[in-house]
Design a protein around this ligand. Structure first.
Ligand SMILES: Cc1cc2ncn([C@H]3O[C@H](COP(=O)(O)O)[C@@H](O)[C@H]3O)c2cc1C
Ligand SMILES: O=C(O)c1cccnc1
Length: 351
């Protein structure tokens, strides 16, 4: 089922990209003076298959899930915070809600694995399990659960595209998910846990040392196969990471851009790109997380962030800020007069 889905992914439309490039060059301003904003629009043309690009309708998909490894004392807060913040998303009072209102993005919290039953409106219920198992002792989930969570992420993008959205922002909420992300990234990149592990939502120096030890021991116990993403995700990953990896793949399946948020999101993007390398062309790195491996996770993708604000919040907060760049870039692309309209001779093409 997953393999079938992934076979649909195709490269960007180079003709649409060339048309978009030509349009930029015909606009009455110094050539390529909007820099990476111009590149962003050209990539968007390639993703959507057209150089006719109206403003984007933005959806933030927030994958909410609990992580059994929290029982090892790798976080400063308790697991109950996952459900509490997830409820706050539905009430419009969490960090990402405030920023999304500025950005003009609609927020969609998804319960893909919260431990508690969430009885409130406004949550998309796609629970695969009531939290993962504690990977200090056993695999976090089955391979089948990991695959189902990825398919859930792909399907959610399809649903949002059908509802008229054409820019997807990824977010997550799950106490303990910097532990799972560091574990997955350590395996994928063959980097020692101490190099890719940080304080997450806040840990003391001793807490950080313990977190590194828990990750190192779990990797030694399960020996995840770094060439098999589903093996890595099921042994030391989380349902939120799987869901986000699915959302990135969904962008490539449904031809919509998907924004990476912080470290956790960037690790999920690495998983998606390992599954289908072409998927990278559909991704945009909004910001570089302050987590120690935030930069490394983007480098591994070969992507450069637009923003570097020392943020490490998650929820999709950086993604939402980055999404605003699409509004600026598309306003410039769609509204600035051309050389023909203003009676100036265009520049000679730079070689
Ligand atoms: C109140 C609160 C709100 C949050 N919103 C996002 N996170 C962020 O922190 C968590 C990851 O950090 P760790 O691995 O240390 O648990 C994730 O839920 C992430 O989204 C939050 C964390 C807290 C405490
Ligand atoms: O970079 C992130 O996404 C991040 C880092 C720490 C805690 N929560 C999220």
């Amino acid at each position: 089922m997953l393999q079938e889905m992934l076979q649909q992914i195709s490269p960007l439309d180079s003709a649409a990209m060339e048309t978009a490039r030509q349009h930029w060059d015909a606009i009455a301003k110094p050539l390529h003076s909007l820099g990476r904003l111009e590149d962003l629009v050209v990539q968007l043309a390639g993703i959507t298959g057209t150089a006719n690009l109206p403003p984007r309708k933005k959806a933030v998909l927030i994958f909410c899930a609990d992580n059994g490894v929290v029982a090892e004392g790798v976080t400063q807060t308790t697991q109950a915070v996952t459900a509490a913040v997830t409820r706050n998303f539905t009430m419009g009072i969490a960090s990402v809600n405030a920023l999304s209102r500025v950005c003009g993005a609609d927020v969609f919290p998804v319960d893909i694995g919260v431990a508690e039953e969430l009885h409130c409106d406004g949550i998309i219920s796609r629970k695969i399990a009531a939290g993962t198992r504690n990977f200090a002792h056993e695999p976090a989930m089955t391979r089948e659960q990991a695959e189902r969570a990825i398919l859930t992420g792909i399907a959610l993008v399809g649903e949002k595209v059908a509802a008229g959205y054409n820019l997807i922002i990824t977010g997550e909420m799950g106490i303990g998910n910097t532990t799972t992300s560091s574990a997955v990234f350590s395996v994928l990149q063959q980097l020692p846990p101490e190099q890719v592990t940080g304080r997450g939502a806040g840990l003391s120096g001793a807490g950080l040392r313990h977190k590194v030890e828990v990750i190192a021991k779990a990797i030694a116990l399960h020996q995840p196969d770094r060439n098999d993403v589903l093996d890595v995700l099921s042994k030391v990953g989380g349902l939120d990471i799987c869901g986000m990896a699915g959302a990135f793949l969904g962008g490539a399946v449904y031809h919509v851009p998907v924004l990476i948020d912080g470290f956790i999101s960037a690790v999920a993007a690495n998983c998606a790109v390992r599954l289908v390398p072409l998927c990278r062309q559909y991704l945009f790195a909004s910001h570089c997380s302050r987590e120690p491996a935030g930069k490394l996770a983007l480098e591994a993708l070969g992507l450069r962030a637009y923003l570097d604000c020392d943020m490490c919040l998650g929820e999709g907060t950086g993604g939402v800020i980055g999404a605003k760049l699409f509004d600026f870039a598309l306003a410039a692309y769609g509204e600035i007069a051309g050389f023909d309209a203003v009676g100036i001779a265009p520049y000679e093409k730079l070689q």
